[in-house]
Design a protein around this ligand. Structure first.
Ligand code: PHE
Length: 362
């Protein structure tokens, strides 16, 4: 893969067939310029395993950007296990699969460490951890920093606060929104996707006084809306709703050239990875006056928390403080983009390139 014109910068891509399951375990190390690579392990259904390969290439590159922008000494990597559409992942097979993944991670001998992602949990990291020490986010009782979803949601809230301020929402006296003030109070936000991160984020946004429109492909998630007294709609409706901020919190690729003309919001900021179907969609959003904060900034809370505790060996308080620092980071990026008349994406990419010391991210 290195040297291929489409993905010139991946350092290595290893595809192994799990000894127990026969399933393809794909580990991409995009860059180790800033340190050994880290990134979540995604278990997902794909029409063909090659689609999983494409996904892991994009996702691992995004991890490089995420760590670089957050100022952390990690490189970007990712694992994808591409399940065939009809595959029945029974609990026994899942256990075997996690062991296969553990072996594949161990074979990289520290060049990559894995973590939870879509389809894997903190508990799953314990099973992977039986085969390798290169694993983040095991539950605290197993010596890890726990699941990364709460911190990811906290980080997205921080990014949203900066954007709320930019949009002139609520009051900007710096309080956290629970006491009736704060930059998100009274703003209308549509959260698209109520998984671990999205549902926790919905709770936080409700506490911050935002008016919420919630959605998920699973109609069962409607109880989150009922509990919070929020409105409920279908994902496509939520994405194109007339609100202040749309918050993509599910899978990637939602921002296409086709959807941009249909958007009726002032900003799009959320934790879903790889939101842009193509990089130039950032320009189309800008042309419509819609603020977009790159997902790898808005979703960095999880990695900041895990790395601060597990690699930097700092306290939970320090981890939280760093996660809350995303508000300051985003405020700076917004200001920079505004004053130069360019997209936040452009400013952010420059920052990433500067930290990596490379002219081109790939
Ligand atoms: N799902 C997290 C992410 O992609 C995975 C992660 C957590 C990676 C903690 C490293 C450390 O951002």
């Amino acid at each position: 893969m290195p040297g291929s014109p489409q993905w010139p910068h991946h350092e290595s891509v290893v595809i192994s067939s799990g000894a127990r399951t026969g399933l393809p375990v794909i580990i991409a190390v995009h860059s180790s310029v800033l340190g050994p690579a880290a990134g979540g392990c995604r278990i997902w259904r794909y029409p063909r395993w090659q689609d999983g390969l494409e996904d892991v290439l994009r996702l691992s590159a995004a991890m490089t950007a995420k760590f670089a922008a957050a100022g952390l000494a990690c490189g970007g990597g990712k694992t994808v296990v591409a399940l065939p559409e009809a595959y029945d992942l029974t609990p026994d097979r899942k256990h075997d699969l996690l062991s296969d993944i553990g072996d594949a991670v161990e074979a990289l001998d520290g060049r990559y460490a894995t973590a939870p992602d879509v389809g894997t949990s903190a508990e799953d990291m314990v099973v992977i951890g039986e085969r390798t020490g290169h694993v983040f986010c095991k539950p605290a009782e197993h010596g890890g920093s726990g699941g990364s979803s709460p911190a990811t949601a906290d980080g997205t809230l921080a990014a949203l606060r900066a954007v709320g301020t930019r949009l002139g929402g609520g009051t900007t006296d710096g309080t956290d929104g629970t006491g009736g003030t704060g930059p998100l109070r009274g703003l209308r936000l549509a959260v698209v996707g109520l998984g671990n991160v999205g549902s926790r984020l919905a709770d936080l946004l409700s506490e911050a006084g935002a008016e919420l429109l919630l959605s998920d492909i699973d109609p069962g998630k409607r109880e989150v809306a009922d509990r919070l007294g929020a409105a409920w709609t279908e994902p496509h409706e939520a994405l194109t709703a007339e609100v202040d901020i749309v918050v993509p919190a599910a899978l990637g690729g939602v921002l296409t050239e086709q959807i941009v003309p249909q958007l009726r919001c002032r900003a799009v900021v959320g934790p879903a990875n790889n939101q842009l179907a193509l990089p130039q969609v950032a320009d189309s959003l800008q042309a419509r006056g819609i603020v977009w904060v790159p997902d790898y900034i808005a979703s960095a809370g999880g990695v900041i928390h895990a790395v601060t505790l597990e690699l930097d060996k700092r306290t939970e308080d320090e981890a939280r403080q760093r996660v809350r620092g995303i508000e300051h980071t985003v405020a700076g990026l917004l200001q920079d983009a505004d004053s130069r008349g360019v997209t936040v994406a452009a400013v952010t990419e420059e920052l990433v390139r500067a930290r990596l010391g490379t002219p081109d991210l790939g």
